[in-house]
Design a protein around this ligand. Sequence first.
Ligand code: ADP
Length: 510
Amino acid sequence: ADINKDSDRMHIIHVTAEMAPIAKVGGLGDVVTGLARACLSRGHTVEIMLPFYECIQKQQIKDLALITTYESYQDGNWVLTNAYRGEVSGIPVVFIEPSNHFFKGQFVYGGSYNELEAYLFFSRACLEWMQVTATQPDIIHVHEWQAGALPLLYWDMYHYLSLKKPRIVLTIHNMEHYGECSQEQLSKSGLDGSIYATIDKAIDDRTIGHNPERLSLLKGGIVYSNAVVTVSPTYLKETLCTGWLASTLLRNRDKYFGVLNGIDTAMWNPATDSFLPVKFNAQKPEGKKLCKYYVQRGLGLALEGTLDGNHLPDIACKVPLVVCITRLVPQKGLHLISHAIKRVEELGGQMVILGKASDVRVEREFEGLAKLHNQGPSTRILLMFSEELSHMLYAAADMVLVPSMYEPCGLSQMIGMRYGAVPVVRMTGGLADTVFDMDDQSNHDRANGFVFEGIDEGSLNWALDRAFAHYRDKADEWNGIIRKVMEVDNSWNNTAGKYVEIYNSVRVRL
Ligand code: ADP
C-alpha cells in the first residue's frame, strides 16, 4: 500500500463561492483549492462546485464540457440550468450556470444581481444537481454564508427525497460575514422561511429582542451541519468568547473544531514559481536578492547597487523592503497599514502595498496616500489585485506586514515565510498560531518573526523597530532567520489530515 494514501477513500464535494486561481478574491479561494488538492493526493475523490461566474476566464479550465442541463427552483419558478465539468489545477470542477442573470458581471462579487438570492439559488442548484445525477458523496463540504443554506436544504428537503448518504461539514473562514436574510428571502429557496425564525435555528442573535424577520444563513449552517470548522485554534477560542455567534457556537461546541489552514505549496513555491525572474530555495536563497532588485528597479524604488550581468555586487543590504498584500478593509488594520508607510520611511526602509479596496472611501484615502508617496524613492502603493505581482513581491520582501485587527487564519504571513519574508504581525487569530516573536525567550526554536499586541501605532512601531534593528545589526543572523522561515511547514500536508479525521467522524456507511 502507498503510505501517503488514506486507506479509507471518501468522496468529498466542496460547495464554494471562490476557488483559486480562476475565481479568487481572498483566502477562501486558496483554501478550497489547497485542501481539495491535498485530499486528492491522499487518494480521495474530490470535486468542487462553483458558480459559473461570467468573469471566469475559460481558457484556464481544462477539458470544459457541458454535462447536465436541468432545472432548479427559485421563487416559484424552475430555472433552466447548465452544469459543466472541467479541470482546474488538476482538480475536477462542476460549474453551475443558471440561465437567469445570476453571476453575471465583471467580478466575482458585486454584480448587479441580488447576491443573497443568487447564492441561495446556487446552494439548492448544487443539491438538485446531485439528485438528478444520483451523485451521493460521503461529505458535502460547504464554505461560508454563501453555502450556509445548503445544510438546511439538505436536512429539511433533499434528505427526504433521494439524497441519503452525504453528511455536511461547514468551514467558516470569517465570522463577520453572516449572510443576513429575511424569512421571505429564505422562502425563495423553497423552504418555509418562518420555520427557521427561532433562536435555536437561524434567528440572527445580534438584534435586540431577536427580530424574527432577520435570519443568518451562517448561523443556520452552524446549527444544521454535522461538523463546523474554523480556520485556526486561536480564532476558535476567540469566537467562543466574543462575537455574536459565541452563544450558538457554545451550544454546538461538541461539533466545533479549529483546523489551521495550510498553503498550497505547489502554487506557492519559490523554487519553481514561473512568475519569478530568478528562482530560489532555503538552501540557495541568493535568487531572492535578485528578485528584490528587479522589484525595486521595476517600481522605480531607490537601488542599493547596480546589477553586473546576473550578479549583484556584494553591497551591504541596509534598506529592508516591507510588503503588505491585502484586501483593504477595516479588518486588516487600515490605520496601522497607513501608519506603517510613515514609520518605514522614517526608519529608512522601503514599503510596497498591494491592495484592493471595496469601499470607495477607503479607496480614496489610499489613492491620496499613493499620490503623496508614489513619486518618492521609498514607497509604492498599488491599488489593484494582481496574482503575478503578489508572487514577485513576496519573493522580493525582507518582511511581510500583517497588522490585522482580527484574522481568522491569514495566509499572507505563511506565503511570505515560504518566500523568505520575515513576518511582522499583530497577535490575533491564526497569526498568533503561526508567528512567534524572536525576542521572546519562551518561544525557543519556533521563534520566526516579530509580534505586537496593541492596536495603536506605538505597538506597531515597537515591532517594526525591532525587526529593522535585527535586519541591520545582525546581518548574519538575519540570513539564518530567512532560511528558518522558509523551512517552516505550513503546507496542507500538515493539516489536511485533521480534515480527513473530521470527515471520517461524521460520515456514514450505508
Ligand atoms: P483574506 O482571506 O481575509 O483576504 P488571507 O491572508 O487569508 O486574507 O488571504 C489573502 C490572499 O489573497 C493571499 O493569497 C494574498 O496574497 C491574496 N491577496 C490579497 N490582496 C491581494 C491583491 N491586491 N493582489 C493579489 N493578491 C492579493
